[in-house]
Design a protein around this ligand. Structure first.
Ligand SMILES: [Cu+2]
Length: 152
């Protein structure tokens, strides 16, 4: 009798584990901190910064981003080429298991091109981050002046 009820509990655990893994396919095990957009005057292109924290046991790979407010969002990295800072497109940003990538510190940013409306400090912009494996995460970014980057 006791044996039987243990077996049932085991079957329930398997079901719960299965349900949890199918949810994980849609939403990555990623926490987001300090999502902000550096606003520049005179229609200069804005850049998005964020800290992505991988709370899971598997690496997560950011492969793209999009926003209803911009025609194009691309991943860029600043690199020092013989003393000149150049920005180059990157097609993936890996976040190892149980680690974080801070865009600003790693030289990454999201280049926001073709705005659908003028941005101003205080606005919020929704950007969807796409990860390898088909999961995605929509994040609200605060639009700030460059000298407000350290607030929050
Ligand atoms: Cu750029």
């Amino acid at each position: 009798m006791r044996y039987k009820s243990r077996y049932r509990a085991g079957a329930l655990c398997v079901l719960l584990a299965f349900a949890a893994s199918s949810v994980a396919a849609a939403t990555p095990a990623i926490e987001v901190q300090n999502a902000w957009i550096r606003w520049l005057p005179a229609n200069l292109p804005a850049a998005g910064y964020v800290t992505l924290i991988n709370t899971g046991d598997r690496p997560q790979i950011l492969i793209g981003a999009s926003s209803p407010d911009f025609g194009e969002v691309s991943l860029h990295q600043n690199r020092n080429q013989n003393g000149n800072i150049e920005m180059l497109p990157v097609d993936r940003i890996a976040i190892d298991a149980h680690s974080r990538v801070s865009f600003a510190a790693a030289g990454y940013h999201m280049m926001l091109m073709q705005p659908n409306k003028p941005l101003k400090p205080g606005d919020r912009v929704s950007i969807t981050l796409r990860f390898a494996g088909g999961s995605s995460l929509t994040v609200e970014f605060d639009v700030r002046r460059p000298n407000e980057s350290r607030t929050r």
